[in-house]
Design a protein. Sequence first.
Length: 337
Amino acid sequence: MFFITLFSGTLIRICSSSWFRIWIGLEINLLSFIPLSINLNNLFSSEASLKYFLTQALASRTLLFSIIFYSFYIEWNTTLNQNNIQHLINILFISSLIIKIGIAPFHFWFPNVIEGLNWINNLILITWQKIAPFVILSFCLNFNFLIFSIIISAFIGAIGGLNQSSLRKLIAYSSINHLRWITAAILNNENIWKIYFLFYCILSIVIILLFNNFKITNLNQLYSFIKFKILIKFIIFIPLLSLGGLPPFLGFFPKWLVIELLISKNLIILLIIILNFTLIALYFYIRIAYTAFLINHNEIAWNFINYSNPKKRFLHSFFLFISIFGLIFINIFFLLL
């Protein structure tokens, strides 16, 4: 039931032409995700749900205030400075959406909420919950403010993941890192951000389903494989490198599209800043994979879970295959065209 409400709330936000209906869709989506995230047997889950509720409620109130403020501005604009008021309304509106998405500088809630939720809820939070705010953001642009947000997100997403041992927080900072690429594509009002977001969702599904099935939450567990250790490490770390955007894996393709877009729009300085911090973010992915393949343990720190369900084996194998060889097939497709 809550999944249906979550789905309907997102559709209301996307399909509505009225700002008030968009706000209603945001509230429906918020109230439907809270019951999914709460686990009465886990205090961390309850704390994360409370943080998520308070943050999203603040963003919704800011959004509602900006909508009401804009309505009064339309009615009374004869006595007000139009440029300053419009700029203030745009800042408030975009800030509320950035808070909901979790982009820097309003990312403060995102890693802590991710840490307290289970993997399935994390998957919903970093994929489905981002759809409607990005759709709304693509129609309401403030170039200078989004440039500032992209630069801060590039710094936070790269530096924040360097000293993390928790995989959930690592995924959170990785999400911040990817969100600034999507925001950079949105700046030019192109459909490329939709393509990037689709590939980001596919790669996130691969990684999180693997972590969920193997019950992995910490980096130390990644270094503790004995049975089929080479195969399992390959299955886990190749999609992780793909998520980081390392060529020739699938994760490099959406970054390639955004790079070409920024070059065509003469945003070379922004591209240089993004790429510099991307190399830092890619460094901690490679460091984790390199360490995991080199370190061998004499004992296992957790119970290995074998795949007994053929559907799960097929699903994970399919997504893994797409994650590794997807870029090759995309290039072949374009050559044939």
